[in-house]
Design a binder for this molecule. Structure first.
Ligand code: AMP
Length: 416
């Protein structure tokens, strides 16, 4: 029985939490500029939400869900992705009478083989733009994601973009892929043969080297797309051109989930190695209906915070502003009690302070204050209590001076 952190999960220690907070604050500011509002759904949902939403023959549903029965014999699932849950919430709260621009943040769970950049509990920020079929919505979302990553200081980003057309093009695309792979049928794995029967489009996503070699001879399915799908796609591209957003058309980018239509896209970073995608998204015009809501076109994306942390660490991009912190050092029992009250007064005035309990020597206090990155220390001994003056020590310069007790708060406020 292990008492260590469970496989594929990790602890975020205080420094990492500060970095996550940095990302979240930047992300929230960008979402605000694009008029997206935050939504939060439960960590677990009735299993049917994902079964019906994501598609039964996807990897997520077949292999990766954390599904369990609760004591009332309900089948529940830890959410493996955000879109189906957000759509469920929009239907349930009847939000879809007008268009909705929503974003979410939180942990997600997939039973995957852990490796660099791949966890069983990971965190995503996602955005969903519901109720708009216009290509302007697709373009706005892609640009939003690009601006968000740029605002975090990310460099060397690659946007891959494709269209898989609307649902009326799908039968012709599937037939084309089946025909193309028929001569290779006996060389295909059982899994690929099954995909070929049930969902041929997903074969294009395969990392299998044999499939990759075959696909070098596949000329793509663009010829199966109808005029509306091509017009939609061209409009998205022209809007990206207009804003000078760099992208690469990637004809086999179909993404792993069943619900996509029209635009699919991914944003990758060269710095991530094998798991190079930070962000994935696309249009999903039929998901709301699949979850028994009103016909509602939509487009969305999600990106992973763990991978973003890795890149930002490599690029040294974190600019974490630490707020001033004052460490109080009481020397003697009487000073301890006065300190307690002074600290509460400071906190009420908006000044962060701390005192190390149980330490007696001044040198110990100063060493710990230094490790905590304190801005200043306030030393209170018998002498200070008698003269009603504090010994105020700036940690950076080492300078120290006596200040009257009633000037403590104004001195500290000056440091903010
Ligand atoms: P997806 O929901 O599969 O489209 O993934 C969107 C983004 O979430 C990816 O580009 C990753 O940044 C992140 N992501 C997905 N699965 C994992 C995972 N198992 N571990 C860490 N990040 C993940």
């Amino acid at each position: 029985m292990s008492l260590k952190v469970s496989r594929g999960t990790q602890d975020f220690l205080p420094r990492s939490c500060k970095k996550l907070d940095f990302i979240l604050r930047k992300a929230r500011a960008v979402f605000e500029h694009y008029a997206f509002q935050e939504i939060s759904t439960p960590i677990f949902e009735n299993t049917a939400v994902f079964m019906q939403g994501i598609g039964e023959d996807t990897d997520i549903i077949q292999k990766e869900m954390y599904t369990f029965q609760d004591k009332g014999q309900r089948s529940l699932t830890l959410r493996p992705e955000g879109t189906a849950a957000v759509v469920r919430a929009c239907i349930e709260h009847r939000l879809l009478t007008s268009s909705q621009k929503l974003f979410y943040v939180g942990p997600f769970f997939r039973y995957e083989r852990p490796q660099a950049g791949r966890y069983r509990q990971f965190h995503q920020i996602g955005a969903e733009y519901l109720g708009e079929s216009s290509p302007y919505a697709d373009a706005e979302l892609i640009i939003l994601a690009y601006r968000l990553f740029s605002s975090l200081g990310l460099k060397d980003l690659h946007i891959s973009i494709n269209t898989i057309g609307d649902s009326s093009s799908r039968p012709a695309i599937c037939a084309l892929i089946r025909d193309f792979f028929t001569p290779y049928h006996s060389q295909l794995s059982a899994h690929v043969q099954q995909l070929l029967r049930q969902n041929p489009l997903r074969i294009l996503d395969s990392k299998d080297p044999f499939i990759q070699t075959c696909l070098e001879r596949f000329s793509g399915f663009q010829s199966c797309l109808n005029k509306e799908s091509l017009t939609h796609y061209q409009c998205v591209l022209s809007l990206l051109d207009l804003e000078k957003i760099p992208y690469k058309e990637t004809p086999f980018l179909v993404r792993g989930l069943d619900y996509y239509t029209h635009t699919t896209f991914e944003i990758c970073s060269e710095q991530l190695g094998a798991q190079s995608a930070i962000c994935g998204g696309g249009r999903y015009d039929h998901l709301v209906e699949k979850l028994k809501g009103p016909a509602t076109p939509a487009v969305g994306f999600a990106f992973g915070l763990e991978r973003l942390l890795t890149i930002l660490d490599q690029e040294n991009s974190f600019k974490i502003d630490t707020k001033p912190l004052v460490v109080f050092i009481p020397l003697g029992i009487e000073a301890e009690q006065s300190c307690f009250s002074y600290m509460e007064q400071c906190r009420k005035a908006g000044i962060a302070c701390h005192r190390f309990l149980g330490l007696t020597k001044l040198s110990q206090h100063l060493k710990h204050a230094h490790n905590l990155n304190a801005t200043a220390c306030v030393i209170i001994g018998e002498n200070e209590l008698q003269t009603q003056q504090f010994l105020f020590k700036h940690m950076d310069s080492g300078e120290q001076s006596h200040i009257p007790i009633d000037q403590l708060i104004s001195t500290m406020e000056a440091m903010k």
